[in-house]
Ligand binder design. Structure first.
Ligand code: C2O
Ligand code: CU
Ligand code: CU
Length: 477
């Protein structure tokens, strides 16, 4: 399918709409706040999708990793109605194709080809692969170069994602369009016959990659203010690269694999009719048990596995997925009235082996764009972590939050948050690889590196912070 959501008939209607409502204000206002949380800009008129014309949600094509070539290159796509956008894309897709792999995949060969004008490398965020395959910035390849991966995946099912990770250029490359979902499957998760969870599958399971962007009058991405203190905030939400999307839904239960793919914006997800989300998973796969949450605070790079029950949604009825922080309409669900399938599980979902008795405590302050006062040094190793040993890592938000703190090479369990919000949330149960640390908060996690030894990264996933040096190398030895 060509990446254009606009058909011929819509094009005519859209032309009139474009002239009136695509005001591009908002950048300056977005830059002057303290940070991405709760930024509400009344001058932005695009967030709600304008006068009500909405477009079918794009579903990225699904591919498997064995033999896959991922080419990052500039290209043209249509995002805003009737306009062409030059984006940087994986295999010409915005967002990139959804990679799907079974846990137990061994040595899948993926080639990354860099046809950008900058160095790049691809990182598999949430996969616990060996350092040679992790996409560390040291492995970035020059324009015209390529990198061969051999991915061995032995972790539990989860929604991971892939994106560029070159030193100091990650934010720009992600902002220009480079990111895609990576779904790991296992026996619990597949929806195979006999699976007691019977999670929605097929057309009832969809990735939702939510991100923001700003556009210039010709429809190209505007790089934004790029002020390091607040990061780049776009004034327009996109879901799976779709502007003002809708999804037609049958009377069934849907499973949405949600990623906050923004470079720096924290979302507060909620449904317009006040129905809570049925939360079943997060970064690290299924939770221990089903939770219902009215609202989800989603920092960049965090993932959420949610079920929405549309069994009672009649033909013509609508429910909106909203971002309460920016007061945005993100995605409209439109009931078709068609008979659907599915049920909502209750109670226990999976077993989470609890980490305990940490051997060491390490403290990390997140201050300005520094970790423990240091700017990222790509050649250095800041600390060494013993293999297969549980440690307590304490993340302290000293200033300039929120900081979505992310670790490569292992998942962690969040144990406590003191100061600031002073509590943990249901989506912070189970296994995580990214946790949000606000200014004034201290977040304790337990972590154990049991997959591989070697060089990994700890960093802030506010990409403007990351690119300004809020990152540290460490070695598992
Ligand atoms: Cu998603 Cu090191 O990053
Ligand atoms: Cu990562
Ligand atoms: Cu940060």
């Amino acid at each position: 399918m060509p990446p254009s959501p606009v058909n011929r008939r819509d094009f005519v209607r859209v032309a009139a709409f474009t002239a009136g409502s695509l005001a591009m204000g908002g950048w300056v206002a977005a830059c002057s706040g303290d940070g991405p949380v709760g930024v509400t800009d009344p001058t932005v008129s695009m967030g709600g999708g304008g006068g009500g014309i909405r477009y079918p949600l794009r579903i990225p094509p699904v591919v498997t990793p064995g033999g896959l070539t991922l080419t990052a290159a500039p290209g043209s796509t249509t995002i805003l109605p009737g306009k062409n956008t030059t984006a940087w894309m994986y295999n010409g897709q915005f967002p990139g194709p959804t990679i799907q792999a079974a846990s137990g995949t061994s040595g899948a060969r993926v080639s990354f080809v860099n046809q950008l004008s900058q160095q790049s490398i691809t990182h598999w965020h949430g996969l616990f692969v060996d350092p040679a395959n992790d996409g560390h910035p040291r492995q970035a390849v020059a324009p015209g170069g390529s990198y061969r991966y051999q991915l061995t995946i032995s972790q539990r099912a989860a929604l991971a994602f892939y994106h560029p990770h070159p030193n100091m250029l990650t934010g720009e490359q992600v902002y220009r369009g480079l990111a895609g979902a990576f779904i790991v499957r296992d026996a619990v998760d597949t929806g195979a016959p006999g699976n007691p969870l019977a999670l929605p599958t097929g057309s009832y399971e969809l990735p939702l990659i939510i991100r923001d962007a700003s556009f210039d009058s010709s429809g190209n991405f505007q790089r934004g203010c790029n002020c390091m203190m607040s990061g780049s905030l776009g004034n327009t939400p996109l879901v799976n690269g779709t502007y003002a999307p809708y999804l037609a839904v049958a009377r069934g239960v849907y499973r949405f694999r949600v990623l906050n793919g923004c470079t720096g914006r924290v979302l507060r997800l909620a449904l317009s009719n006040g129905t809570p989300f049925t939360l079943i998973g997060n970064d690290g796969g299924l939770l221990d048990r089903v939770c219902t949450v009215a609202e989800i605070m989603a920092a960049p790079a965090e993932r959420f596995d949610v079920l929405l029950d549309f069994r009672g949604l009649s033909a013509g009825s609508k429910v909106m997925l909203r971002d309460l922080a920016a007061n945005w309409d993100l995605l409209e669900f439109r009931g078709t009235g068609a008979a659907g399938t599915g049920s909502v599980p209750s109670g226990s979902l999976s077993t989470i082996a609890r980490l305990s008795t940490p051997a060491t405590t390490r403290r990390f302050t997140f201050d300005g764009t520094r970790i423990n006062g240091k700017r990222y040094d790509i050649g250095a190793v800041e600390f060494r972590v013993p293999f297969n040993t549980t440690e307590r890592w304490t993340f302290i938000g000293t200033s300039n939050g929120p900081h979505p703190v992310h670790v490569h090479g292992a998942a962690f369990q969040v144990r406590s948050r003191t100061g600031g919000r002073g509590r943990l949330y249901d989506w912070e149960r189970g296994w995580k690889d990214t946790v949000m640390v606000n200014t004034g908060e201290t977040v304790d996690v337990l972590i154990r590196f049991k997959a591989h030894r070697g060089l990994y990264l700890l960093h802030c996933h506010q990409l403007a912070h990351e690119d300004a040096g809020m990152m540290a190398n460490f070695e598992v030895a």
